[in-house]
Design a protein around this ligand. Structure first.
Ligand code: NCD
Length: 345
């Protein structure tokens, strides 16, 4: 295991992650990736510790990935699903968390459809003076740190499998395409990708961009449909770009991250039709011609096949990193649980 010190007690957001922390996660995940390739895929690192997965919102891969990661580290796991819990009898979120605390939980992995719930539980644990760590597994439209870290790991191990590190992405062009407005994955990825020194190009229809950005492109400001917005243009090498068209984002891109249309979070009719969306922003082989020849495509899943990405492209191992993202997820979550849990022994 890397020897770098780790002082973080909760992982709630990537906004304040340091280069050393990113590299520690990447290197620790690489050692666990090696463990996962052995015949015996289990290590005793978190023996005796309890990891509780408190998922107040639906999930397939994130919940299962945290569960298998905890099990590979020999922790005891508790799985909570809101629909079958005492919350249906009126129990509050904090009381639910305290119930798990009373059972000896060491790490709480929390997903909730409201932004800020993991932070609130972490604050309560700190107030109580207990050594419970909280890991944000996705909160509303806010952040999804473990997803962005596994995306970072997937890309950097593709470039250098033996030694993944932040620096490997410097200067790469990465397009993030789709429902940026509702995406916690995009928010966490913007933090981590900017930290690498990559150029991050966001592309979406204005209705799927955060309000401030959308206003820039709105008709009242004149027709800017062909323009792009450079965030912090005065910096010597700007890193964040916004486009209302897909093409400038894809031009010479090294990686394309597609995002699911989060229909469950849409309160208004934000799109004329899924067909039109696919035509304009759906990623297809033909559109990838604009990118670098060895471009790779990522998607956090679950995928609306044929909407944000064409079905054949999704299954094409020459371009698609989707399965490798899921595999990386286990090693990265083992790394996070290990880094949070190893101080508790
Ligand atoms: C993402 C999520 O839940 O935010 N999925 C995931 O964790 N793998 C993205 C999504 O739901 O579209």
């Amino acid at each position: 295991m890397p020897t770098t010190t780790w002082n973080r007690h909760h992982v709630l957001s990537l906004a304040d992650f340091t280069t050393a922390e990113y590299d520690t996660v990447l290197q620790t995940a690489a050692s666990f990736q090696e463990v996962l390739s052995r015949r015996t895929k289990k290590v005793p690192t978190l023996q005796g510790q309890v990891v509780a997965n408190l998922f107040f919102e639906s999930s397939t891969r994130t919940r299962s990935s945290f569960e298998i990661a905890a099990k590979r580290l020999s922790a005891d796991t508790l799985n909570f699903a809101a629909a079958t819990s005492s919350m249906t009898k009126g129990e509050t979120i904090l009381d639910t968390a305290k119930t798990y605390l009373a059972m000896g939980t060491d790490i709480m992995v929390i997903r909730h459809r409201e932004a800020g719930v993991p932070n609130a539980i972490a604050a309560e644990m700190d107030r109580l003076g207990v050594r419970v760590s909280v890991l944000n597994a996705g909160d509303g439209q806010h952040e999804h740190p473990s997803q962005a870290l596994l995306d970072l790991f997937t890309i950097s191990t593709l470039i250098d499998p033996a030694n993944p590190r932040l620096k490997l992405l410097k200067g790469k062009k990465i397009a993030i395409v789709g429902d940026i407005l509702h995406s916690r994955v995009a928010r966490s990825n913007i933090w981590s990708l900017i930290a690498t020194g990559a150029q991050v190009h966001l592309a979406a229809p204005p209705t799927l961009l955060p309000k401030l950005f959308a206003e820039y492109f709105s008709e009242e400001s004149g027709d800017r449909s062909q323009e792009s917005l450079v965030i912090s243009p005065s910096s010597p090498s700007p890193q964040l770009f916004l486009h209302w068209q897909l093409e400038p984002a894809l031009q010479d891109a090294d990686f394309v991250m597609t995002l699911r249309l989060q229909k469950e979070r849409m309160t208004a009719h934000l799109l004329p039709s899924l067909r039109e969306y696919h035509q304009l922003f759906g990623i297809t082989r033909a559109k990838l011609q604009l990118c670098k020849p060895n471009v790779k495509v990522l998607h956090p899943g679950p995928v609306n096949r044929g909407v944000e990405i064409s079905s054949d492209l999704m299954d094409d191992p020459e371009f698609s990193l989707i399965q490798s993202q899921v595999t990386s997820g286990v090693a990265v979550r083992m790394a996070l649980l290990y880094l949070l849990g190893s101080g508790k022994a």
